[in-house]
Design a protein around this ligand. Structure first.
Ligand code: ADP
Length: 296
């Protein structure tokens, strides 16, 4: 199937600062790709180029077959970007209807989207006067209306409460089922691991990994044995198989590549040990290890 977004060898500089250093990225119809990486990695620059906010310097970007700087191409794009301000006079319904028209849909397309996002009762309120979470839902409505081929969502769940967040991912799943591709950045990494088909990890302007979240997690071979114990840290560190000792409240987390060996040693040294469990790596661990250059 044709890709809704193709980025090839994208490079970008701000004066002497290299923000993107040869980035390749694709999003296919129905796919959700999560863009992760530490501050300064180049995520905002990449998103700004893809959405046409920033002019391309070197490399290629194809958005639904067109150039994102072209207004007609941008009809196929729905974007949520951080810190946009709403004009003081415009009402919620007008904003979403306006976004529908700009995308080549009818004003009537706004109604169902307002309902989906629980915004119908706010349709006649001025967007600029709403709470942060409500404004975020207005932005989502403007991005989703008119069924764009690609959704680019920068921290889309910021300010949303848990039910709204869940609802948002449901709406997104339905849009993906209808063929929309999604590129999302978020600091809520674990949320991503549940919804993303692929995770693209960027650091210092380069793509370090582009793969399924579970595959990325599998690259971390260290697990944690968690327990409550009266043993001192130095004795725990000396147990066979223990690589690291970290305290978290009453619990101690013992990093290891051999859980069975650590469990046996711990039970032998401290018969009163309690609360035993083994924890696997999470996506966040994988991303941190990858970007710190120490995938263990
Ligand atoms: P991220 O969104 O991952 O935090 P950015 O794309 O904002 O990363 O930044 C990438 C690099 O480009 C950083 O080193 C940042 O300091 C630099 N940078 C970003 N925007 C500008 C700008 N307008 N002028 C100069 N340098 C910038």
């Amino acid at each position: 199937m044709n890709e809704v977004l193709t980025v090839r060898d994208l490079r970008h500089r701000y004066g002497g600062t290299v923000a993107l250093d040869g980035v390749d990225l694709t999003v296919r119809p129905g796919e959700c790709v999560a863009l992760l990486g530490p501050n300064g990695a180049g995520k905002t620059t990449l998103v700004s180029l893809v959405t046409g906010l920033l002019a391309r310097q070197t490399g290629q970007i194809s958005l639904a077959g067109g150039d994102p700087r072209d207004a007609r191409t941008r009809r196929g794009l729905g974007a949520v970007q951080q810190s946009i301000g709403f004009p003081n006079t415009l009402k919620v319904g007008e904003l979403v209807a306006g976004a529908a028209v700009r995308r080549g849909a009818s004003r009537g397309a706004a109604g169902p989207v307002l309902a989906e996002l629980d915004l119908t009762s706010l349709a006649n309120r001025r967007a600029a006067k709403l709470s942060g979470g409500q404004q975020q839902r207005v932005q989502l409505g403007m991005a989703l209306v008119g069924d764009p081929a690609l959704l680019v969502l920068d921290e889309p769940t910021v300010g949303l409460d848990v039910p709204s967040r869940r609802r948002f991912w449901e709406i997104l799943a339905e849009r993906r089922f209808r063929g929309a591709g999604v590129l999302v950045t978020t600091h809520l990494i674990e949320e991503c691991s549940e919804v993303a088909d692929r995770v693209v990890v960027v650091s210092k302007g380069k793509v370090l990994a582009d793969e399924r979240p579970d595959r990325l997690i599998d690259r971390i071979t260290v697990r944690s044995v968690v327990a409550t114990t009266t043993l001192a840290d130095d004795r725990l560190a000396a147990l066979p198989g223990v690589l690291s000792v970290n305290r978290d409240g009453d619990e101690v987390h013992l990093g290891t590549r051999n859980c069975e060996q650590v469990l046996r040693a711990l039970l032998a040294e401290d018969p009163a040990v309690g609360g035993l469990r083994v924890e696997g790596a999470r996506l966040e661990d994988a991303v941190v290890h990858l970007t710190e250059g120490s995938l263990v």
